[in-house]
Design a protein around this ligand. Sequence first.
Ligand code: GLV
Ligand code: MN
Ligand code: MN
Length: 416
Amino acid sequence: MQNLTINAERLWDSLMETARIGGTAKGGICRLTLTDLDRQVRDWFRSACEAAGCEVTVDELGNMFARRPGKDPSLPPIAMGSHLDTQPTGGKFDGVLGVLAGLEVIRSLNDAGYETNAPIEVVNWTNEEGSRFAPAMLASGVFAGAFDRPFADSREDREGKRFGEELERIGYRGSEKCGERKIGAFFELHIEQGPILEDERKEVGVVTGVQGMRWYEVTVTGFESHAGTTPMHLRRDALVGAARMVEAINGVALAHAPLAVSTVGLMEVRPNSRNILPGEVFFSIDLRHPDDVVLAEMEGEVKAVIARIAGEMKLDAAVADIWNSPAVHFDPACVGAVRAAAEDFGYSHRDIVSGAGHDAAYISRVAPTAMVFVPCEKGISHNESEKIEPDQAAAGANVLLRAVLAYDKAMADRAA
Ligand code: GLV
Ligand code: MN
Ligand code: MN
C-alpha cells in the first residue's frame, strides 16, 4: 500500500474529457442537474466505471454507485465521490474532481492488482448544486434521511419542471431504494472553493466539518402601476423594497463578522417592464455560519429587517424557510486517515472547516465521513474561470487513495 499512487495524467485527461460535456466559451461548464448534458456525463461515467470492472447501480433518486469488490463481501463498502452536476456558470472542478478522483483510485487499484478488504465504491450524487432544484445536496439528503423521496420528486425548477419527471426523462430513475445501501465510510475530495489554502501555501486541506447553512425564498408584493403617472409618495414599489432588504441582509452578515456570510443570488422582478412599477419581486437568501446558534440569530435578524422594511413601505413580504443544513463535525477516525495520508506524502496541510456545502455533510449522518480539500487559484469557484493545476488534482487524489486504503486496513484489523 505504501508505494501506491494514482495516475495523474489519466485523472487530468478524464477531467478535461468530461469538461467538454456542457463546456462553455469561457472555459467553464454549464451542466445543470437532470438536463440532457447531465445524462451525457452520467452515461460517460457509467461506461468508464464498467470499463474499470465495476458494477454500477442507480438508486431511485439517480445516485450512481460503482462498486469494485473487496476480499470480504460482507463488509460495507468504503465510498468516495461527489457530484457531476454544475452551476449554470460552473467551473471544471467543483464536484467533478471528487467523482473522477474516485474513479482514478479504482483504476489505480486495478493497475496495481491491489485487493482491498471491503468493497470500494465511487458515487455520483444527484443535484448537489441546488441551483436548478432547491435545496442543494438533495439526493444525498434523501440518502441520509434528511428529506424523503416525495419531497425530492416534487421540487420544481423556475420553469415549473419537476425533479421526479426530469429524472425519469433522462432515464436515471433506478430501482434501488435511496438510502437502503450500506456505506462503511465516505471520503469526498473537493476543491476548497475559497482562498485559505492558497494564501497559506498548503497543498491539502484536512476538512474537519462543514459550516451551517440556511436558505429562504422571499416574495415581496407591492402594486403595479404606471411609471409616468404614479407620484413618488403614492408608490408601492416591490423592487425598491427588495433593494432595501438586500442591503439590510448584507448588513446582518457584516454585523456577525468575520465568520458570517449572507447572499442574495437570485432575483425575479414582475412584470419586468421598464415603465411599470414592479408589483412583485421574488428573491433567494443564503445564510451561513459555522456556529448554529449564531446562524439562528442571523435568521431572526433577517426576518425582522424584512418585516420592518415591508411595513415601512406598505408592502407584503412572505418569507419561506426552504433549507436548514446544520453545522457538521466529521468523524475523527476518517479525518485522522486524511491527515495521516497527507503526512505520508509529505504534503503541507492544515485543518479547515468547509464554507461550501457538500454531499459529505449529509452522508456523515449515516457513515463515518471526512473530506480532502485542494486549493484552487485565488480561491475562485462557482465561476467559469475556476482553476487548479494537474499536480494539485493528483495530490488530492493521492490523499484520497491512501486515506481509503488506511481506513480499509484499520477496519479489517478491527474485524480480525
Ligand atoms: C454548494 O455548492 C454550496 O452552495 O455550497
Ligand atoms: Mn461541489
Ligand atoms: Mn458548487
